[in-house]
Design a protein around this ligand. Structure first.
Ligand SMILES: Cc1cc2nc3c(=O)[nH]c(=O)nc-3n(C[C@H](O)[C@H](O)[C@H](O)COP(=O)(O)OP(=O)(O)OC[C@H]3O[C@@H](n4cnc5c(N)ncnc54)[C@H](O)[C@@H]3O)c2cc1C
Length: 373
């Protein structure tokens, strides 16, 4: 009896492919037509969130590198000033604005906004789509990316064009902030990224710049939307703490020892007309509200003056405050990492230095106001 031929092991082995699940690196032919850099303009009750303009500034740099254009998407209700927002976007560097007015787009809801943005993307095919990493932007970016089956890199700290692949190289912290990784979406379009407020610089406005407005429609009716917007109730605490846009911030860390001593931080901030920030351990200990946390998992700030009292300067805190124009650190340990990036350092006990600074600034500012009067 003859034996059945053994299968040829080499022939039976599956074709070699790179490790990883579904790792595609080739852009399919039909996605090569996607061109242009888009920014979603976030607005709420008549005000555009500044992160949208910060992103238009970044989009301009990316588009100039690619030799392409910048467009913004502005979605809203029938009576909202979307054309005014578009005109403002042009002054910051946008070339074109896609506008959709529809009753169901008055006030943010995920379903109509996801449909509005994905429909526009499918129709006009941008290469890159940027959104602010705000509550609204995070909610919308995730659902748009999953609907479009494309890649999204969240909370980026740097955006550039990879010189070889011409793909968006989106850099973000990883491994608890101890490393940065750069992510590229090579085989899908659009390439999506979110960026937190104040991570990118505000671009200068050029009042002479204008652009093209394209009006589009949504094609969705209220009965198709599960979420209903019944009322808007302002959070009594919102807008009270506005760390990302404060010019002066006095921050405290665990070196202050207890919440009682944290009052010294509030005192100095009050005299300077600034905001109060904190490190994560202080927030976790319940010394201050979570909205005051500066750092990788808190807020990114860019004040003119940042005073850090009793803060070690861990990398997760540093990434949130190193964009400040001037950093003054107060720490008992002359070797604390904060002194590696602070512009001015005071080696001393914060419980003595903070009241001394408060007193000196109060006296100086009182003298100045008397001179002005
Ligand atoms: C995934 C992840 C995300 C994180 N995100 C954040 C974040 O967003 N923001 C953040 O802040 N941290 C974050 N952290 C925590 C971060 O790693 C540090 O643990 C934290 O920033 C340290 O806080 P601190 O400087 O208040 O405390 P400590 O590291 O305990 O430092 C206290 C400092 O006070 C000094 N000191 C002591 N006594 C005095 C005194 N009398 N006067 C003056 N100085 C004194 C000490 O010399 C020391 O340098 C994160 C960590 C991880 C793992």
């Amino acid at each position: 009896m003859s034996e059945a031929p053994k299968p040829n092991a080499a022939a039976a082995a599956p074709a070699k492919r790179p490790a990883g699940r579904g790792r595609n690196t080739e852009l399919p032919e039909h996605l090569k037509a996607y061109k242009g850099v888009w920014v979603f303009v976030e607005h709420d009750r008549g005000h555009v969130h500044s992160v949208s303009w910060e992103l238009v500034g970044e989009a301009r740099k990316l588009a100039d590198t690619l030799g392409s254009t910048v467009s913004v998407v502005v979605l809203g209700g029938m009576d909202e000033a979307l054309e005014k927002f578009a005109a403002e976007a042009f002054t910051y560097g946008a070339d074109k604005a896609y506008i959709v007015h529809d009753p169901v787009l008055k006030g943010y809801r995920n379903e109509p906004f996801t449909k509005g943005l994905t429909d526009l993307v499918n129709k006009y095919q941008p290469e890159i789509l940027l959104l602010g990493a705000t509550s609204m932007g995070r909610d919308l970016a995730g659902s748009v990316a999953t609907t479009l089956l494309t890649g999204l890199t969240a909370d980026c700290t740097e955006l550039r064009i990879d010189p070889v692949s011409k793909a968006l190289a989106a850099t973000r912290p990883t491994f608890g902030g101890s490393l940065y990784c750069t992510i590229m979406t090579l085989a899908y379009r659009p390439q999506m990224a979110t960026v937190r407020p104040r991570v990118m610089l505000m671009p200068p406005a050029d009042a002479s710049r204008t652009g093209e407005i394209v009006q589009d429609t949504l094609g969705m009716v209220e009965t198709e939307i599960v979420t209903k917007l019944l009322d808007f109730i302002a959070d009594a605490n919102s807008n009270k703490i506005n760390l990302p846009y404060a010019d002066v911030i006095v921050s405290g860390g665990k070196g202050l020892k207890n919440p009682e001593n944290f009052k010294l931080v509030f005192e100095l901030a009050r005299v300077l007309g600034g905001e109060v920030g904190a490190t994560r351990p202080c927030v976790q200990a319940g010394w201050v509200e979570a909205d005051r946390q500066v750092g990788q998992t808190g807020k990114t700030v860019r004040p003119k003056l940042y005073i850090a009292a009793g803060i070690s300067g861990a990398v997760q805190h540093r990434v949130g405050c190193e964009g400040a124009d001037v950093i003054v650190a107060i720490n008992t340990d002359a070797n604390a990492p904060i002194f590696d990036f602070a512009h001015y350092g005071i080696v001393g006990n914060a419980m003595q230095v903070l009241p001394a600074l408060t007193q000196a600034f109060a006296a100086h500012l009182a003298l100045r106001s008397r001179q002005v009067a």
